[in-house]
Ligand binder design. Structure first.
Ligand SMILES: [Zn+2]
Length: 256
C-alpha cells in the first residue's frame, strides 16, 4: 500500500470515527484535518493527486475539507493523468472538460501529452509538437525528457545530439530510463505513430563501438527491461549506453 493510499484509508477511518463519536456524544467532535493550514492541506492533496487520479477521487469523498482542497487550481496542475488514454477515441465530455482544465492550469503532463500527440500525428507535418515537448522536458517531466532527449539524439546535428544527451543523462542518474521508456510505450499503444518524424541516424554516438570496452562488457546484459536492470556503473561508456537506447527508441515507433 502506498503512503497516499494509507492517507486515504486514514482519512476514511477518521471520518467513520467522527461519525461514531457524533452519534454517541453529539456534534462537538472536530477532526484533525481542520487544524491544518489550507496551504498544507492543498499540498498534501497535490501529492496524492500527482501520484494517482483514483486516489484523488477517493480523497474527495473523505471529507469536505479534502473536497474543498481539491478545487484549488494547483491540484489540476499536479494531478497525474496516467489513467487517461492519450487520445479519447470514445467521446467523453466529462473527461474532456477535466483534461482541458488541466491544460489551462499548465499541468505538465498535459503539456507532454500534447507535444507527443502533435509531433507524431500523421497529418500535422511540421508542427510545434517538439517545442511543446521541450517546454515539458525543461519543466522536469521525466517522460518528456526521455522523448525530447531521444528525438534530439536521433538528429544528425552534433549540437542537437549534445543537448539531447543532457536531458537523458539526468534520467540515467535518477535511474529511471527504463521506467520512462515503459511509460512512453504504454501511452503510445493508443496512438497511430507517424514514424517519418524520426530520422534513423546510422552514425553511433560512440566512435569506438566495435572495440569499446564498456559496450563489449555490458552488451549481453543490457536488456534493461525493468528498473532492476538499470545500469549501475556510471563509469562505463555513456555513448554506448545511448546507442543501445536509441535502438529501443526506434522500435517504439517502428523505425528500422
Ligand atoms: Zn562506447
Amino acid at each position: 500500500m502506498t503512503s497516499y493510499s494509507r492517507l486515504v484509508k486514514w482519512a476514511r477511518t477518521k471520518k467513520r470515527c467522527a461519525k461514531r463519536h457524533c452519534a454517541r456524544k453529539g456534534p462537538k467532535s472536530t477532526t484533525t484535518i481542520k487544524v491544518l493550514p489550507t496551504d498544507l492541506l492543498v499540498d498534501v492533496v497535490a501529492r496524492v493527486a500527482s501520484n494517482s487520479f483514483i486516489d484523488l477521487l477517493n480523497l474527495k469523498k473523505c471529507s469536505k475539507d479534502f473536497l474543498h482542497a481539491t478545487e484549488d487550481n494547483y491540484i489540476s496542475q499536479r494531478v497525474s493523468l496516467e489513467t487517461f488514454p492519450l487520445i479519447q477515441w470514445i467521446p467523453n465530455d466529462k473527461a474532456s472538460s477535466f483534461l482541458n482544465h488541466c491544460r489551462e492550469c499548465e499541468n505538465i503532463e498535459s503539456l507532454y501529452r500534447e507535444g507527443l500527440r502533435k509531433y507524431f500525428s500523421y497529418s500535422s507535418g511540421k508542427n510545434d509538437g517538439l517545442e511543446i515537448l521541450k517546454v515539458a522536458a525543461q519543466k522536469g517531466h521525466k517522460e518528456a525528457k526521455y522523448v525530447y532527449g531521444m528525438i534530439l539524439i536521433c538528429s544528425k546535428d552534433d549540437e542537437l545530439r549534445k543537448q539531447g544527451l543532457e536531458h537523458v543523462r539526468f534520467l540515467r542518474k535518477s535511474k529511471c530510463v527504463v521506467s520512462c521508456r515503459q511509460k512512453v510505450r504504454q501511452l503510445l499503444n493508443f496512438m497511430w505513430k507517424n514514424h517519418a518524424m524520426l530520422e534513423h541516424n546510422q552514425s553511433p554516438l560512440c566512435s569506438f563501438k566495435s572495440t569499446c570496452k564498456g559496450w563489449r562488457l555490458k552488451t549481453s546484459r543490457w536488456a534493461l527491461l525493468d528498473d532492476d536492470d538499470e545500469d549501475e556503473d556510471m563509469s562505463l561508456c555513456e555513448y554506448c549506453r545511448w546507442d543501445h537506447e536509441l535502438e529501443l527508441f526506434y522500435r517504439l515507433f517502428n523505425v528500422y
